[in-house]
Structure formats: C-alpha cells, structure tokens
Design a protein. Structure first.
Length: 665
C-alpha cells in the first residue's frame, strides 16, 4: 500500500456459513471497513467487499444437522452475518454471496478460461481430507486416524475422480512474483512462509468434487462441482463484474488489497495469484495476513467452540469500543488474546480517560470560561506560551502524518499510539497552563484563550483523524465542537490549524466515551454467557451453534438410530437445589439418577424456585463431558423445553411413576 492509489479496493475473506459469525470474522471485517473509511475520507474512490462462502460439504452438513434445506440454512446465516456486522458499524460497498447467480456465471467463466488455456485436466485423487478446512492434508508417517492440526478433528479419506489445476507450472512464476513485488505478501513473516512453501515444490491441485452436490457445476461436466476454494477465491473479481454481466467495476477497482487471516494465506498468496496468472489477469495488489485472535490462548474458532459471541459483545460494548480495541490492542499481523478484561481496561484508559476526557474538559472550559464560544486569541503573547502552543501544534501535526504512514502500512496500533501520544502532550499542556487559574485573572485572559483555542484545535484534528476508527464517537465530538456536516467527509489533508470560523459556538456537551464499571460489567457478561444455553449446565459461552455435524451425519437432518443411541438420557429425582452466589440464572442441583447422585448446574434460576424442585422427577443427559462453570462442575444436563418468545425453560417430566435411572430411548 505504499504506492499512491487513485482507487482503493479492499476485501475480507468470504465467511463460511456453517455457523454463526464470531469475533474473528468481525475482526478482519472491521479492519477492512476502517481502511475503506480511511481512504474515502481522503477522497479516494474506494470499494470494500465482504460476503459469504456458502457452498461445499461443510455447509450441506450444517444444514443437515439443523434439519433444514441448505438454501434456508444459508439464507438465515447470511442474515445473521449481515446483522452482526451492521451492528458494529460495518458499511461494505457490496456483500457477495457465492450462491448469487452472477457469481456462478463468473466462476464458470474463470473455469472456462483456464480450461481453454490448457491449465485444467481430469485425473483421480485420493487423500486425507479435512472437511472443515476443505482441504486435503499431508499426513506424516502411518497414522491410521490422523487429525487436522487446525481443527483437531478426524481427517477423512477421500478418493474421487477430479479435475486438476496445473499449479506445478507456476512455481517459477510465483517465485519471480514474490521477488519482483516483495510487498505483495505481508507481513514479512508470512512472505517467508509462503516463499518456503513454494520453493519446496508445488503439486497440481484438485479443483472439482463428485461427492459434493451443493456446489457450482463444472462447465460441460455437471457430475462434478467446482471445489469450494476455486469458487470462493473468484469472488474477488466476480463481485466487480468479471466474467458476468451484472457489474462493470473490474477495470475501475482491480487489483485488491486482500485482508485475510494467516490460516488461509496459502490460498490467497499461492493458489489465487496462480489462477489469475493462468487466466492472464493482474495479480492482487497486496495479500496481508493478520494473526489470529485467541481466546484462552487458543485460536478462536467455531470448530473448537471457544468463540466470543458478537451478540454478547455488542450488548455490553459500543461498536466504537470494539473497533478501537481490535485496532489498538492487537498488532495487526500478530496473534492477540482477546479478553473482556483487557477490552474494558482499554476503554477506560484510552477512550474514557484519553479522548473522552480531553474533549469534555476542553469543551467544558470553553463553555465555562468563554461563554461557549471558541476564543480567538490576540497575536501578542509571551514567548513561553507561544513556544508551548507551537509544541502542541507540531505534536498534533506529527501525529497526523505518523497516523497516515502507519495506516498505509497496515500498522494500526502504531498509528493510534501516535495519536494518543499527541493527546498526552495536549493534556500536559492544559495541566501545566492550568486554565482554571488563568480564568481567575482578567489580565491573563489572552493566555487562557491561547490555551483553550489550542486544545480545541487539537480535539478537532483528533476527531477528524479518528473518524475511520471511531465513526460514532468522532461524529459526536465533531457536533459538540460546533462543527457542521459529517466528520467522515473532512480530509485530514485539508485541515488547517486555526482554520475555525471566528466565534464558533460549541454545542451541548455529552460524555462520548463513559467509563465502565469493570467488576459489574464482567459479572453481567458472565451471566449473559450462561444464559445462552438456558437449561444446559454443560454448555459454556458458545452460542455459535450449530456446530458442524459429525462427518457421518446423513442429509436432511435425519440421524440414524445409532447416532440417537449415543445420547444417554435418564430419569432422575432432584435431591437438593440451591442458588449460586453472583450467578442469577444458575441453580446447583444434585440429582439421583439411580446408580449415583450427580451434581448438575442448570440455567433455570429465573424461572424455578430451588425449593419447588426438590423431589421433582427430571430427565438428565448423563453422558455429556463434565464442564466447569463458576468454579463448580456440572455433570450432566437437565432437559427442558425452550418456550418462545423468551426461551423460558420448562422442565421435562413424567405423569406416571418412573424409577430413577430408567433410560429414555
Ligand atoms: O476460511 N482470529 O472462511 P472462515 C482472527 N470461506 N480472524 C479470524 C479468526 C480468529 N480467531 N477466525 C476467523 C474461510 N477469522 C473461507 C474463506 S476467502 C476466498 C474464503 C477470520 O469462515 C480470518 O479472516 O473460516 C480468517 O481468515 C477468516 O475469518 C476465515 O473465515
């Protein structure tokens, strides 16, 4: 991104809709959104693409696990993704769905071009396949039950007739590309990884499946569907109208800056440029692979079930707070742990204590000491004050250029750091000058005006600069400063220090970034997480259901009797029931299930008095793995109906007498 660009095209991966969105998806998307806003603000014609990857075996299985048609499943999931992203202020230029007809047309066009140019041939493939990665895996040694190292799930043997893409022909061309365009794969560590992969030799890759029905048919051979990664990668050009008749923006915007997670760097930095070169098209501008958000030290992933639910996140935090945290706390390119704890700390220190405080103290003093009008100081002023003001002006101006430089290198945390460094300089300037004392002495009124107009200018610059990162907060501050219009359309390049209209009146002052009560918020978050699976004492915070089905699940949501038999449900009688301190929704039960007494936690405290449950016959799922909640172990799940609209749990029971331990079949 160091080249000057007249247009700017940024993309995110298109996300699999086998489960609901989580913070990882949001992360890439809100960074793309920030970059698009950043360029748009500077007058660059910008296009921001995101969307959903809706084909393949995994999606078929997810729909089967929910017992609904695939189209219905993908439609529902896409809605969920779109709503989630919108709640965080994401404003994409286009949302592509791989089930869109124009995309299908474009993918088939790309296939035809590659076939005509002789890069596709038919062969046979057999190998270990991870349905979650949608990728064949190399298995070392003679492991009979190998697992996917990313997903920790069993690999499956897949053998089928397949079309292949002649990737092996592109080794030299790709190495040449990485050499002549060293910035094409970023950051450096990922570039090295890609270089060493390609240097190790490239095998042709399988790009069709006969076993997958939910896919785009191979032109001229509809027994095959196009491999989901071939289909998915093409989205970056089909969305602009390449190979289809729907849009005409390819020449205007291509090539793109692709933002991706490091998990899919190989597809973007090796396969994708090879497909493009084969088709005679320009390769991407940059592929930037960021690190993974970790939760509890492990990659946050739907399959591992340790995801942060954006719905809960949004319930307690504003979109600005989350955007800021993701850009400031995590160095783009490196892995970073996400905790609510550190999010609240960031909000309190940088937003409430930093920007929020500076803006409200500046505005409050202008209101109190200058009748709410931005003061225009007289030129004549002490050398000391002049020097201080100049120092602040330079610090702010430097932060504008440092911010730009850092953002152009996708180093968002450094860019924000430089703004906060300037903010600290302004804060110090105000504290040292003590305007509250100056205001008491009439003869020092001009000094007071210098201090407050300087602070005002600094806040005005910060609002403009931070608008792509904090779209709502920056606009609020802009309004309070008495500035009209949208701050998002004010380019920092055009900002003139002191260029504020004389006598500008400020508007009503409101706290833009309030301080959060950490302990209370953490408690409320825990309760919300527990409430996600109401009657289950074993489910944690994972609301990213449905989990992908076990590989052998039959289609259309039908399961075999053997699969049903795996769930052991037994009759039990509640022996004791009590509330758990600080967990409003949980009850701790002990249940006699015939052979033993089990401790089970159930999220039913809002609906059942503990005393009313003692002696009650219940149904318990007895073979779930134990889970800890609030430091207590839950050994089973009490079965309940979830009654709409609020998901009220109603315990399952029997009207006839049934002994403890009897199994439900
Ligand atoms: O791979 N931390 O889709 P996907 C940070 N459909 N980012 C994360 C993340 C985490 N823990 N988890 C996911 C696919 N992401 C394909 C892509 S593109 C042509 C096809 C983000 O739903 C990150 O951007 O598994 C990652 O690369 C992407 O989501 C994977 O999303």
């Amino acid at each position: 991104m160091s080249d000057p660009v007249k247009t700017f095209y940024v993309t995110t991966p298109i996300y699999y809709v086998n489960a609901k969105p989580h913070l990882g998806h949001l992360y890439t998307t809100l960074i793309a959104d920030t970059l698009a806003r950043y360029h748009r603000q500077r007058g660059v014609d910008s296009f921001f693409l995101t969307g959903t990857d809706e084909r393949g075996i995994n999606i078929e299985r997810a729909a089967a696990a929910r017992g609904i048609p695939v189209q219905q499943h993908v439609d529902e999931m896409v809605k969920e993704f779109r709503e989630t992203f919108a709640a965080f202020g994401i404003e994409e230029s286009r949302w592509i769905r791989t089930t869109d007809a124009f995309h299908r047309e474009g993918v088939q066009s790309l296939w035809r071009v590659l076939a005509e140019k002789g890069f596709i041939y038919k062969g046979k493939y057999e190998g270990w396949f991870c349905p979650y990665c949608n990728e064949y895996k190399d298995v070392e040694g003679h492991d009979e039950n190998p697992q996917c190292s990313t997903h920790e799930k069993p690999l499956e043997i897949l053998a089928e007739e397949s079309y292949f893409f002649k990737l092996s022909e592109f080794q030299e061309k790709l190495l040449e590309l990485y050499k002549t365009r060293p910035g094409i794969v970023q950051p450096e560590s990922r570039r090295n990884e890609v270089l060493s992969f390609v240097s190790g030799g490239l095998k042709d890759i399988s790009i069709s499946r006969v076993s997958v029905k939910w896919g785009i048919p191979v032109p001229g051979d509809d027994r095959h569907t196009i491999y989901v990664w071939f289909d998915a990668l093409a989205n970056y050009i089909t969305a602009l109208g390449w190979g289809n008749r729907k849009y005409q923006e390819f020449d205007r915007y291509w090539p793109a800056l692709h933002l991706v997670g490091k998990d899919i760097i190989r597809f973007h930095a090796v396969y994708w440029p090879a497909f493009l070169m084969a088709a005679g098209l320009e390769v991407p501008h940059i592929v930037f692979a960021h690190g993974m958000l970790l939760s509890g030290g492990r990659k946050m992933s739907k399959t591992l079930g340790n995801v942060i639910d954006p719905v809960i996140l949004r319930k307690f935090f504003t979109s600005d707070q989350v955007r800021f945290f993701c850009l400031r706390e995590i160095v783009f390119g490196l892995d970073g742990d996400f905790t609510y704890d550190s999010l609240i700390d960031r909000v309190n220190s940088d937003l409430a204590g930093g920007l929020g405080n500076l803006s409200s103290r500046t505005l409050t003093m202008i209101r109190n000491f200058c009748s709410g009008r931005v003061p225009t100081p007289r030129e004549s002023v002490s050398e000391g004050m002049k020097a201080q003001v100049e120092k602040v002006r330079l610090a702010v101006k430097r932060s504008v250029s440092d911010f730009d430089e850092a953002f152009n290198q996708c180093n968002f945390s450094r860019g924000l750091e430089s703004v906060w460094a300037a903010m600290a300089a302004v804060d110090k300037f105000i504290s040292d000058a003590a305007p509250w004392n100056l205001a008491k002495e009439t003869e020092r009124m001009n000094d007071l005006h210098w201090v407050l107009s300087t602070a005002y200018e600094a806040v005005r610059h910060f609002a403009v600069l931070l608008s792509p990162v904090l779209p709502c907060g920056a606009q609020d501050i802009w309004g309070q400063l008495g500035q009209s219009g949208t701050v998002a359309s004010v380019s920092p390049d055009e900002l003139v220090w002191g260029g504020v209209e004389k006598g500008t009146s400020i508007n009503e002052i409101k706290g833009v970034f309030p301080r959060m009560d950490k302990e209370q918020t953490m408690d409320q978050i825990k309760q919300s997480e527990e409430a996600v699976t109401p009657a289950s004492g074993t489910g944690k915070s994972d609301s990213a259901a449905p989990a992908p089905a076990a590989p052998k699940a039959a289609s259309d949501g039908v399961i075999s009797i053997e699969e049903f038999a795996k769930v052991e449900m037994r009759v039990g009688t509640v022996q004791t029931a009590e509330r758990i301190p600080k967990a409003d929704r949980l009850l701790k039960l002990t249940v006699d299930i015939g052979t033993e007494i089990r401790q089970v936690l159930a999220g039913i405290a809002l609906y059942y008095e503990p005393e009313s449950l003692i002696g009650r016959r219940v149904v318990v799922v007895t073979n779930l793995a134990p889970r800890k909640m609030r430091g207590l172990e839950s050994n089973g799940m009490v079965v309940a109906a979830s009654v709409e609209p609020d998901g009220r749990p109603v315990l399952a029971t029997f009207t006839e007498d049934v002994p403890n331990g009897a199994r439900l079949k």
